[in-house]
Ligand binder design. Structure first.
Ligand SMILES: [Zn+2]
Ligand SMILES: [Zn+2]
Length: 265
């Protein structure tokens, strides 16, 4: 393994171990420690993603791998270039994972410029999600086995964090199955929609929701895929294509004489 890759990996895990230690301090009551956790974790993500890029070729760490001379001063790629490269190479990086990484990076920048406010719950939740996402990514693509590189003191915490998200997801999926179980497939036509907020197939009917649906994982109520019945012809159509007619009544594009759908008008 090239030296640069080893350095990347070693530094990545130093940062991750530090991040976890700070997270624990935060959990133990020292809320300021989360600030350092965010910084270390952000650093970890940047390094580990760059490391994954170097798995295709060590020189890809450089902005210009075709330069005549490459030395310590050569510019290396940034976090977003690494993400783009991995995505272009067919690696699965979900929108949510990317959004979380951006969120964390922004928070880190704000911390560094001393103009930040931090919602501890949000920080904890996002960190848990990131841990689980990066762990999942590692398992499905590169298999460095993150947990074997985590210091023994932080090992339990890492798993707790990575699993909290998975545990919540499992519960959300159970709720979906629960909702489906009591239904008669012939009589009740219930659809489960994809939630674009959290990227799971967890949107089910909910009486209290303004759209009639709610994600069992993240409580989001909106999805472009939700269908409704046209109040005139009774056909089903995604709500975003329909026009709204009084409360809870939708008219499909055909019945509302949308010229795109009705050329004879
Ligand atoms: Zn959701
Ligand atoms: Zn209609």
């Amino acid at each position: 393994m090239a030296e640069v890759e080893l350095d990347l990996l070693e530094n990545a895990f130093d940062s991750l171990n530090e991040a976890l230690a700070k997270y624990q301090e935060g959990k133990d009551g020292d809320e300021k420690a989360y600030k350092f956790c965010v910084q270390h974790l952000s650093h970890f993500l940047e390094l580990i993603l760059k490391y994954y890029v170097t798995q295709c070729h060590p020189l890809l760490i450089y902005k210009n791998p075709f330069a005549k001379i490459i030395n310590e001063e050569s510019q290396t790629i940034g976090l977003f270039e690494a993400i783009n490269f991995l995505k272009n190479g067919g690696h699965d990086i979900s929108d949510k994972f990317e959004k979380d990484i951006k969120w964390l990076k922004k928070l880190r920048n704000n911390i560094e410029h001393h103009k930040f406010s931090m919602d501890v719950d949000e920080v904890e939740e996002t960190i848990g999600r990131l841990m689980s996402a990066v762990n999942e990514f590692d398992e499905s693509h590169e298999n460095i086995d993150l947990s074997s590189n985590i210091s023994t003191e932080q090992y339990d915490l890492f798993h707790e964090l990575a699993n909290t998200y998975e545990g919540r997801l499992k519960k959300a999926e159970e709720n979906v199955n629960e909702a489906l179980r009591g239904l008669d497939p012939k009589e009740d036509n219930m659809s489960v929609y994809h939630c674009y907020e959290c990227d799971h197939d967890t949107m089910i009917p909910d009486e209290d929701s303004s759209t009639g649906y709610r994600c069992t994982f993240c409580d989001n109520e909106e999805s472009d895929d939700i269908e409704a019945e046209c109040a005139i012809c009774g056909d089903s159509c995604p709500i975003w294509q329909m026009s709204c007619w009084e409360d809870d009544e939708f008219i499909c594009p055909y019945c509302s004489h949308d010229p795109e759908y009705r050329k004879d008008d």
